[in-house]
Design a protein around this ligand. Sequence first.
Ligand code: PGA
Length: 254
Amino acid sequence: MRRKLVVGNWKLNGSLAANAALVAAFRQRFLPATGAVCGVCVPAVYLAQAAELLANTGIEPGAQDLSREVRGAFTGEVSAAMLADVGAKLCIVGHSERRALFGDTDEQVAVKFGRAKAAGLTPILCVGETLAEREAGVTDAVVIRQLDAVLAPHGRAALENAVVAYEPVWAIGTGKTATSEQAQSVHAVIRARLAKVDAGLAAEMPILYGGSVKAANAAELFAMPDVDGGLVGGASLDAQEFVGIWNAMRARLN
Ligand code: PGA
């Protein structure tokens, strides 16, 4: 069966004390599940702390971004190998906030995707359309363009040990969730595009939905045949909400 994932994205939030309190609250409520992975993507400076706090919980630490560079004179950058070195297992790549606010292009995202894989991290490749793009009827074309930018240089290898997250930009942090039908429709387009590269691997690829996922809407989203879990921003900062989302996934597995 396809691997399922629920992954939190803390974004630019946290402190040593707040992270310890949040993970302690997760630990009180969290029960692992066979067939599903839970993860949290934390600011890079807190990865070592997160790795230590999450040891033996079944929750995997992850990063939110990485450098395109491997080493050398790139002031301020953090490489994939460094993230792995301090305990990251997962790494978000091409989040819409990186694309929109920090200028990550499709080509740069493809390089980062390759760096993450080379360092043994599981990349979570984010794709998704803006509201203007949805209204213009180009959602599928945008998502396919973003996928193709990664598939072109990496080919079949892109489908191994990787995760895709469909995150409509208009649903991120807005409280507006895509309906489960809207999510399913784009997830099916993504899987069909991946299947053109390798049908077997496409069938095994986890495709997550992200954008205002909460405990209250998770079960409905996860019931869709091509929705394999969630990438969760705001709600991942609240232990009860995040574990509620995780439990919606566990309920499907039991
Ligand atoms: P949100 O963010 O859950 O706060 O909408 C999702 C994300 O950006 O990954």
